[in-house]
Ligand binder design. Structure first.
Ligand code: AHM
Ligand code: MG
Length: 337
């Protein structure tokens, strides 16, 4: 029988190799435990009374689904008491979530999008959880403020996501490559199934919400038009298009078989700066993609170098196979005269 390596076993090996501290290992284990709980609720769907609208709005003015609220509560509660965190920030919560005073505090900050792809919940399409870990720059006696979270993505110490699809997978980086785990539901543990995931440099697959085409900037219009001309155009080969509308599932496909994923700047989101959130979506995914050998930019610069201005800041996102990301970025930086 082939040897099965659990997430716990993997993390202990990483700790022994000096790549994660004991606290970071505990933090990741608690996130993984929360993911298992969310996965159970997601898979019960209507049976758990978990589908439909919550009847509330989040800080961004978006209608919350019941599962957005449930997943957020699961992550907040599970991570409050372990003693490894100084504070948390969630896409669904306006301000910093402090650790209750009766629990010990640790040296890390946890950020998450509890349930990415909310529009897919009720139609039973893959959704997920995205998370990012930073060091707390404050001393333990002070409550972290929003400013303490505003660190560039290159300072993340860990990033990952879970997908709730046909199987539940956890994909993780602590800076030494990208590693994937599959939930064994009977055993209740994550098993190491996808070591050192890599994004091939070349691809023939792209991912973008094409209904926004008329709002895109010229460099994106040019790039997509060239792909769509296929063999008859300047690229000389056909490209395939996929759009799941769950970033977590679209990025998982890119990490599994290559591709380019784009939610670029467009006229519709001019005031907001982009559609996707820097701290909960762009930064963790950019770290994973870079760790897997791909690239991640806004079209004009590396995502991981952005100095955040706000917790809920939005940015354009272009990530995936390196040669394609570099090409569309070059169209932004050096447009034809
Ligand atoms: P969410 O975090 O509220 O679910 O929003 C983010 C999602 C991404 O997962 C996905 O890429 C995008 O929004 C889909 O947008 P669109 O509705 O334009 O297809
Ligand atoms: Mg999201």
């Amino acid at each position: 029988m082939p040897k099965r390596i659990s997430l716990t076993h993997f993390l202990i090996d990483e700790q022994r190799a000096g790549r994660v501290s004991a606290d970071l290992r505990l933090l990741i284990e608690v996130v993984a435990r929360s993911v298992k709980t969310i996965s159970v609720t997601v898979s019960k769907g209507a049976l758990a009374g978990a589908l439909g609208e919550a009847g509330t709005e989040n800080v961004q003015g978006e209608a919350q689904k019941k599962l957005d609220v449930i997943a957020n509560e699961i992550l907040l509660q599970a991570n409050e008491w372990g003693g490894h965190l100084a504070a948390m920030a969630s896409e669904e919560v306006e301000t910093v979530h402090q650790i209750p005073f009766d629990y010990p505090k640790g040296g890390y900050l946890l950020l998450f999008d509890p349930l990415d792809g909310s529009s897919n919940i009720d139609v039973n399409v893959t959704i997920g959880t995205i998370f990012s870990v930073l060091r707390n720059p404050q001393t333990k006696d002070k409550d972290p403020t929003e400013a303490d979270f505003l660190q560039p993505g290159r300072d993340q110490v860990a990033a990952g996501y879970a997908t709730y699809g046909p199987s539940t997978q956890l994909v993780l980086t602590v800076g030494g490559g990208v590693h994937g785990f599959t939930l064994d539901r009977e055993m209740g543990s994550f098993i190491y199934t996808h070591p050192f995931m890599t994004v091939p440099a070349e691809t023939c697959e792209y991912s973008i919400n094409a209904s926004n085409a008329r709002f895109w900037e010229a460099p994106v219009q040019r790039y997509i038009a060239e792909l769509q001309q296929g063999k008859d155009g300047p690229r000389g080969s056909d490209f395939n298009m996929r759009w799941i509308a769950s970033m977590v599932a679209d990025v998982h496909r890119v990490l599994t078989r290559g591709g380019i994923f784009m939610y670029p700047f467009d006229e519709k989101c001019r005031e907001k700066g982009g559609k996707l959130r820097l701290m909960y979506e762009a930064n963790p995914m950019a770290m994973l993609i870079e760790q897997a050998g791909g690239a991640a930019t806004t079209g004009r610069g590396r995502i991981l170098d952005i100095i955040p201005e706000r917790l809920h800041q939005r940015v354009p996102v272009i990530l995936g196979s390196r040669t394609e990301v570099e090409r569309v970025t070059s169209y932004h930086l050096d447009p034809p005269s």
